[in-house]
Ligand binder design. Sequence first.
Ligand code: F6P
Ligand code: MN
Length: 322
Amino acid sequence: MRRLPPVLFEDGCSRELVSLIRTILAACKEISFRVGQGALSGVLGSTLDENIQGETQKKLDVLSNQLIKDILLESGYVKAIASEEEDYTVAGNPDAKFIVSFDPLDGSSNTDINSLVGTIFSIMEAPEGSDPADPAIFMQPGKNQIAAGYVLYGPSTTLALSTGKGTRIFTLDKTHGSFLLTENFAKIPEDTQEFAINASNQRHWQPAMKDYIADLLAGSEGPRQKNFNMRWIAAMVGDVHRVLCRGGLFTYPADTKNPEKPYKLRLLYEANPMAMLVEQAGGLAHTGETRILDIEPNDIHQRVAVILGSKNEVETCLTYHK
Ligand code: F6P
Ligand code: MN
C-alpha cells in the first residue's frame, strides 16, 4: 500500500506543503494514541475553563490544541495559526507562507463515552508581505484552501485529505506509524436515503428546514415517495466521514434557540475544510443561501449554517430554501 508523501508529491504538492501536512499528522498520531488510551491516559473529563466561545473545554481539547500548536509553531512552516481553542490567532514564523486553521478535537463531548472524535484542519497561503500577528490574513474564502483534511480517531485512525485533486482516504498503520492510502478517490453517491441532523432542535428551525425534514420523515407516503434513515454521531467529523464513505446529507441548520447564536459550526476550521473534502468527492456544501467555499469571513470564530453531502439531495434541500 502506498504511503502518504509519495502520493502528495505525485499530485504536485511542494516539499514545504508535504512537510507541513506531515507535521500536523505527527501531532495527530500522538492524539490518536492518547484518545486510544482512554481513561488510562488520565485525560478524560473537563477542565474548569471555557473557550472564548463559551464552551467548556475538555482536557483532551486542551491537550490536542497544545500538541498541534507547539509542533506547528516549532516547525517554522506556519506564519500564523487559528484554533477553536485559542481566543485569538497566534503568530508564527514571519517568513513562512502557510496559515493553518484547526479544530484540535471535534466532537469532544464524545471523549468520555469512547465514541468518535477527530481533528479537522485547513491550510491556506498568507498574503505576501502580510503581518503574522494580523488576523486579517485568515479572512479569505474557503476556495483559497490549498489543502484540507481531518483525522478521525475511531476503531481505526483514518485521514481524509484533499489538496485540490480529489479526496483521498488514508488509514494509520499503527505498527509502523504511517498513513497508508486506502481509498484513492472518494466519490460521494449523488443520491441517498440517509440524513443527519440534531432533531431535538426541530421546533427552533426555520420553516424551510422544518418542511424539508418533515417530507423526509413522511417517507414513502410523503412527497419524496421513499423512506429515509437517520443518523447522528454528534461529531461533525464522524458524520462527514460516513457521508464520504456511503453518501448522505448532513446538516446543522440555523435555529432560534439562542438568538445571539443562530449557527453552531465554525466556518474556518469546520465548515470550510469539510466543504472542500465533500466538493472534491463530488458532493455539495452550502449554507442554504450560499456555497460555503465562497463565504468571505469576518471573524476567525465565525459560525455558519451547513448543509452538505450527496449532490442531488443537497440540491433538493436547497429548493426548500428558495
Ligand atoms: O464542534 C461542534 C460539534 O460538536 C460538531 O462536531 C457536531 O456536529 C455538533 O457540534 C454536535 O452538536 P449537538 O451537541 O447539537 O448534537
Ligand atoms: Mn468541532
